[in-house]
Design a protein around this ligand. Structure first.
Ligand code: NAD
Length: 501
């Protein structure tokens, strides 16, 4: 290759972002400016190798103040833009994501250890779609009719933005969770401060320059930092009017306590422990394939993961045996990206947490290890995909969210018992029922106390459909036009006029 060809290749790969090691952006976005954090510097780790990728300094107290002040100033203008203007910006963000698809998927792969081909094929298109959905949804909202509800007075209802929103995200799908939080908040006319997880800021920081070009200064600010530092400063700030969190239940509880002081609106998407009810008449091949995929996708670091199976006695043994084989065949930690199906856990701490859940479970004489149940011996924070059978309803492993590649099986005889057990949980995010009898499926779906129930599938999301929990899984909806309502307030305008005309 000539020097000219080489530099042309370099230029082309720069344009498409198709370099093997993407640029690691470390600058925060405050008031339209990309700036280095002035707080504590934290290492960002590649969980597939355990190596430090880069060090990023979190926002200082003064930088958090500056970001909130910028969002507060920007609200005056942004809240008065039309839905069409905001839709144009959201569509531009979707285009910017697609243009950088290679770079962003590489960053997700590096920062989370995800197989690159999955990040490229799943995370990036889903993220762009969320921005496109909200661009359309904000232009065709519906509401109550204006009219004379009191003689001589015309009433109408407005939906207005809440104000400055602090959006706080977890690490399992960094860019997609950012889209779930940013798109509806901006579409509804709010300004915001987005805080990614301290573990996974790389993809949103890479998008920050594009966001700074598309949006007026201050409309979106991106601050890195820990929950106890930057997170809690945002939650306590009097000028922040709403806090939106996707995270752990305990984090949600802490945020509620702090937010109560300033009576903020909160939107909480918390943990899950999805029950999977498998009836005797289910298509077992479909169940095996479904749980192999949706119980272990992203190494089970998914709040909707199909992790708590209730298997009816007639199919229990066959299901355990066939699922055990299928789970043992899951591929990970291989050299060639295409060969991998699941990533490692996000940190050694998370891996050890998963390992200790399994260790305690196997300390119970009635619980049987079908497959897995060990830390992977090579580099990275991998844990073997694990299936445990013989679990009982009151076992810790059945009751608590593990957030790892661990699925339990509990046998049942009577369907009513399975529904009761499924509902006997602090969580209420997602569930599924597997049967070839639609009549039965609809009855079970009606009785399950979960934000979502799938029939003969699991973990399928659509931008148009609401996603969110009941009970301690939180409240408020992500995705769908329901979330536009969560990020806006209803106001009544009433005009007095004569009645004699
Ligand atoms: P986490 O609660 O530890 O952290 C989430 C975010 O909250 C991070 O950005 C963190 O810095 C911040 N935070 C922590 N303490 C805070 C505080 N006191 N004040 C303000 N911010 C604070 O959760 P995680 O470990 O990153 O993610 C895993 C959890 O997220 C799991 O429980 C999972 O079920 C849940 N989750 C839920 C959904 C959903 O849609 N319901 C989706 C994905 C993940």
């Amino acid at each position: 290759m000539t020097t000219e060809q080489k530099s042309e290749k370099k230029r082309a790969s720069k344009m498409t972002g198709a370099t093997s090691t993407p640029t690691l952006h470390t600058e925060l976005l405050i008031d339209g400016q990309l700036v280095i954090g002035e707080g504590l510097a934290e290492p960002i780790i590649n969980p597939a190798s355990g190596e430090t990728l880069v060090t990023i300094a979190e926002a200082s107290i003064e930088q958090v103040e500056a970001a909130v002040a910028a969002a507060h100033r920007a609200f005056t203008h942004w809240s008065r833009t039309t839905p069409a203007q905001r839709a144009t910006a959201l569509l531009a963000i979707a285009n910017a994501i697609e243009k950088r698809a290679d770079q962003l998927s590489r960053l997700e792969a590096l920062n989370c250890g995800k197989p690159l081909h999955l990040a490229r094929q799943d995370d990036i298109p889903a993220t762009a779609d969320v921005f496109r959905f909200f661009a359309g949804a904000v232009r065709c909202q519906q509401g109550q009719l204006a009219g004379e509800y009191v003689p001589g007075h015309t009433s109408l209802v407005r939906r207005d933005p809440v104000g400055v929103v602090a959006s706080i995200a977890p690490w399992n799908y960094p860019l997609m969770m950012a889209a779930w939080k940013i798109a509806p908040a901006l579409a509804a006319g709010n300004t915001l401060i987005f805080k990614p997880s301290e573990h996974t800021p790389l993809s949103i920081l890479a998008l920050a320059p594009a966001l700074a070009e598309i949006l007026p200064p201050g409309v979106i600010n991106i601050l890195c930092g820990g929950g106890d530092s930057v997170g809690s400063q945002l939650v306590g700030h009097p000028r922040v009017r709403m806090v939106s969190l996707t995270g752990d239940i305990v984090t949600g509880q802490k945020i509620l306590q702090t937010a109560a002081r300033t009576l903020k609106r909160t939107h909480l998407e918390l943990g899950g422990k999805a029950p999977v009810i498998v009836c005797n008449d289910a298509d077992i091949d479909a169940v095996v394939q479904g749980v192999r995929t949706h119980g272990y996708y992203n190494a089970g670091q998914d709040c909707t993961a199909a992790c708590r199976i209730y298997a009816q006695a007639g199919i229990h043994d066959r299901l355990v045996s066939e699922l055990g084989e299928a789970v043992a065949s899951l591929r990970f930690a291989r050299k060639r990206d295409q060969d991998n199906e699941i990533p490692p856990l996000i940190s050694s701490r998370q891996r050890d947490r998963v390992a200790s859940f399994v260790e305690r479970a196997l300390g119970q004489p009635h619980i049987e290890r079908v497959t897995g149940a060990a830390v992977h011996s090579g580099a990275g924070f991998y844990y073997q995909p694990t299936l445990l059978a013989g679990c009982k309803q009151q076992d810790e492993i059945v009751q608590r969210e593990v957030f790892g590649p661990v699925v339990t099986v509990t046998r049942f005889d009577d369907l009513a018992q399975a529904v009761d057990w499924a509902n006997d949980s602090e969580y209420g995010l997602a569930s599924s029922v597997w049967t070839q009898n639609l009549d039965k499926a609809m009855q079970v779906a009606a009785r399950l106390q979960y934000g979502c129930t799938w029939i003969n599938t699991h973990f399928m999301l659509a931008s148009e459909m609401p996603h969110g929990g009941l009970k301690r899984s939180g409240y408020g909806k992500d995705l769908s036009s329901d979330s536009l309502q969560d990020y806006s307030v209803v106001r009544h305008i009433m005009a007095r006029h004569g009645t004699d005309f």
